[in-house]
Design a protein around this ligand. Structure first.
Ligand SMILES: Cc1cc2nc3c(=O)[nH]c(=O)nc-3n(C[C@H](O)[C@H](O)[C@H](O)COP(=O)(O)OP(=O)(O)OC[C@H]3O[C@@H](n4cnc5c(N)ncnc54)[C@H](O)[C@@H]3O)c2cc1C
Length: 393
């Protein structure tokens, strides 16, 4: 059986794993000492290609804002990072903003969030109902007290294109990708010794990086540790509209229902209530959300959406951190040579550049250099001390 030794093995070669591979190589770590193991190079079940690719500054946690800002800066200067032989990837950046709507009940927190966002330099504005109507004439402002609009640095990318661009660049720099599945993690004296692959091959390594997405907790279990991250299904509905509202931002209504344009169509959805959100890995589509909640909400908010045609739907999974819906980043205390990047929940695509950079810094320097993400470490799990991020759904 094939056997090799690497300094770093990255398990999961989608957005976060491939960003990590790229950042390691780009930051000078010997690329031929890095391997990425990916069980499914078509990424048919991974979160990344099923994502909406949104990037926003409108978080309430400083680290989340700054990670996403790096994501935005990265995609808007993509040629400086991911061009291969002068070929600049097109990741389809659309800077159309995010619009968070609030009723009287949500107004105070919208204003508080706004102040926090301004303090780190986010380009956001609060619009009262008259200003909302003036800027977005297609909106019905009934029941709204205000909206928070991110007019710059927010929008969405093509997530699959970003993943492929990371991967292509990482490979061009010399990182090796294995098409195989990690089925066992070998340890020696509390340290990672290597991995066993489904093919039967064994690879040795010094550091294991867990970027296995919705299967990250299974990989952690193979190493004898737990991460409180589980797969949770999210459904995206795609519809056409005869008179589409022009230049619509990603709009989140007061009940969490969201929509945005996708080419000539629109995508929309809502997260289920906590009690109706089981761990699961199936891809079944539940149309009752569309019938009972999503369509009535969007038709009320945008009169043009009263007459729409549902054209398709897809399901994907968040790697959902059941403690606080934020990433767990860095070493596991009981297995310090396994670095975690698990639990991004609904915002891992935009954080993939910053997470990859952070993991590369941990490997190369043993600590964060560009952005201190210590607060996202596993210690908060041990202390049961969640980071409360208000703008997740
Ligand atoms: C419907 C939906 C909408 C979303 N919208 C957004 C959004 O607008 N903005 C945003 O920022 N984020 C969004 N997200 C979240 C985002 O998609 C994820 O957080 C992000 O893609 C996670 O990337 P990842 O590389 O960590 O995981 P994944 O993309 O899940 O990749 C993990 C990879 O690991 C591989 N793997 C797993 N186990 C093994 C193993 N044992 N051996 C080998 N390979 C293995 C898998 O095959 C997979 O390719 C959305 C997610 C969903 C489902």
């Amino acid at each position: 059986m094939q056997s090799a030794r690497y300094d770093v093995i990255i398990v999961g070669g989608a957005a976060v794993g491939s960003s990590t591979a790229y950042h390691l190589a780009a930051m000078g770590f010997p690329a031929d000492r890095v391997a990425v193991i990916e069980r499914d190079p078509t990424y048919s079940e991974a979160a990344t290609p099923r994502s909406l690719g949104g990037i926003r500054q409108q978080f309430t946690t400083r680290e989340n804002m700054l990670m996403s800002r790096y994501g935005m800066e990265f995609v808007t200067s993509i040629g400086d990072h991911l061009a291969v032989d002068g070929d600049v990837p097109d990741v389809g950046w659309k800077e159309q903003g995010y619009l968070f709507l609030a009723s009287d009940k949500g107004l105070e927190s919208l204003q508080q969030n706004h102040a926090t966002q301004l303090s780190i330099g986010a380009q956001v504005e609060i619009l009262d109902p008259a200003a909302l109507k003036a800027k977005f004439p297609w909106i019905n402002p009934e029941g709204l007290a205000a909206g928070s609009f991110g007019f710059k640095g927010e929008g969405w990318v093509d997530p699959y294109a970003l993943l492929q661009a990371f991967k292509r660049k990482a490979r061009s720099l010399g990182v090796k990708y294995y098409e195989d599945e990690v089925v066992g993690v070998d340890k020696s004296g509390g340290r990672i010794a290597g991995v066993t692959l489904k093919s039967g091959a064994k690879l040795a390594c010094g550091t294991l990086i867990n970027t296995a997405g919705t299967r990250g907790h299974m990989l952690a279990q193979m190493a004898g540790v737990d991460v409180p991250v589980r797969p949770r299904k999210r459904i995206i509905y795609v519809f056409d509209c005869r008179e589409p509202p022009p230049k619509a931002p990603l709009t989140i209504d007061t009940n969490g229902v969201f929509f945005r344009p996708e080419g000539p169509s629109f995508v929309c959805g809502v997260s289920p209530e906590e009690g109706n959100d089981p761990d699961c890995l199936d891809f079944e589509i539940d149309y009752s959300f569309w019938e009972e909640l999503v369509w009535p909400t969007i038709a009320n908010r945008v009169p043009a959406f009263e007459a729409v045609k549902l054209v398709r739907a897809w399901a994907g999974h968040y790697d959902y951190n059941i403690l606080d819906q934020n990433v767990i980043l860095g070493p596991h205390p009981d297995c310090p040579t396994m670095l975690l990047a698990n639990g991004f929940s609904g915002h891992g695509l935009q954080q993939s550049p910053a997470a990859g950079r952070a993991l590369a810094e941990l490997v190369i320097h043993g600590g964060y250099r560009s952005l201190d993400l210590t607060r996202f470490g596993y210690e908060r799990v041990l202390k049961n001390d969640p980071i409360v991020e208000a703008n997740v759904w």
